[in-house]
Design a protein around this ligand. Structure first.
Ligand code: TXA
Ligand code: MG
Length: 323
């Protein structure tokens, strides 16, 4: 289905579809999500099938507010502090699953924890309110591919599939949420994302530990070495461009090239670069080049999450794990 512009009417229609067990793609402030009623096992199974996603990978449950989250998860004082500081917003918390929570086992992959977040996007919020459901939503792309930051990206990935796509324009952050495991004594960052680690450390009063992927069970798809991958090969830390390459630039001092190029942020702003990242990779990938050469991007702030996605886009595509 082609995207429809989000309006009170189309949001009502989307809510009706979710309640009927159908799938709906919708914008969040990070990337577009492909949503299903998290309580409906058949709907969630259809979602896994449509994405081509390995079954063992659990999904993030989106809720309207922290009070709704309490119906599915157990929040301790630390979790409440994080929720207060960052919700609504691009932080996902992995928390103990509330016993008897009305959530399909497929969503949690049978774990005793659940990943939850309260999105900060007017369309996502209106949809959650209209549907009055917990919405399980991975990024709305085929498994392993680039996350969608525009409704057209979703339409391109799922052409011909019977899903309603709500168009809310380009997403603000352009990167997925930061994932924190707050289900154990030590809080651990499982995925770098739109909230930089230093902001989380400031709220917690301690540095956030990053967990190497191989210590994490289950394996998050965002921890597979090859993920967020365009069709073209990706070459990092490029300071010059070969004849058959496209250039993904950052900042000034751009190496000269006659081939396709996109500058993520001519002024060197990591926030602008994050917002442009996936759309730029898709654009360059559509030029049918063999390789996308990527200029170095400083690691501080959002640079951590941007470089994480780029390293995975560049990794060998054989399912190995990247720490
Ligand atoms: O920004 C986002 O988070 C977007 C938007 C749509 O909200 N969603 C998103 O979902 O990126 P997805 O499915 O692409 O990534 C969810 C990540 C996966 O790496 C998954 O393994 C991890 O969350 N996850 C989910 N539940 C978990 C759990 N109980 N324990 C550990 N990791 C979990
Ligand atoms: Mg994803």
């Amino acid at each position: 289905m082609s995207p429809v512009r989000a309006s009170p009417q189309t949001i009502q229609e989307a809510a009706k579809r979710l309640k009927a067990g159908k799938l709906v793609a919708f914008p969040t402030e990070t990337v577009y999500g492909l949503g299903a009623d998290a309580a409906n096992g058949r709907a969630v199974a259809a979602l896994f099938a449509m994405k081509g996603r390995p079954r063992f990978n659990p999904l993030i449950v989106h809720a309207a507010d922290a009070a709704a989250v309490e119906r599915y998860a157990l929040l301790d004082a630390r979790a409440r502090r994080l929720a207060e500081a960052f919700w609504p917003g691009p932080l996902t918390l992995v928390l103990p699953l509330r016993p008897q929570a009305p959530i399909s086992d497929l969503v949690t992959a049978g774990l005793s924890t659940i990943a939850v977040r309260v999105p900060d996007h007017p369309v996502a919020r209106a949809l959650l309110e209209a549907a009055a459901l917990p919405i399980a939503a991975p990024s709305a792309n085929r498994s392993g591919g680039l996350s969608p930051t525009r409704a057209e990206h979703v339409a391109a990935d799922f052409a011909g599939e019977p899903i309603l796509i709500l168009d809310g324009g380009p997403t603000v952050h352009g990167l997925e949420s930061t994932i924190l495991d707050a289900s154990k004594e030590d809080i651990v960052q499982l995925r770098a994302g739109a909230v930089p680690a230093d902001r989380i450390s400031a709220v917690l009063g301690t540095a956030v530990r990053r967990e190497p992927a191989h210590e994490t069970r289950p394996l998050s798809p965002g921890q597979l070495a090859s993920h967020y991958a365009p069709r073209a090969a990706v070459r990092l830390e490029a300071t010059a461009v070969m004849p058959d390459e496209a250039l993904l630039a950052f900042g000034g001092n751009v190496p000269s090239t006659c081939g396709p190029q996109f500058n993520l942020s001519p002024g060197g702003d990591p926030i602008e670069a994050a917002a442009n990242l996936f759309a730029a990779l898709r654009l360059l990938d559509a030029q049918n080049v063999k390789t996308i050469a990527v200029m170095p991007i400083p690691e501080h702030g959002l640079g951590e999450a941007i470089n994480d996605r780029l390293r995975r886009a560049a990794a060998p595509r054989n399912g190995t794990v990247l720490a």
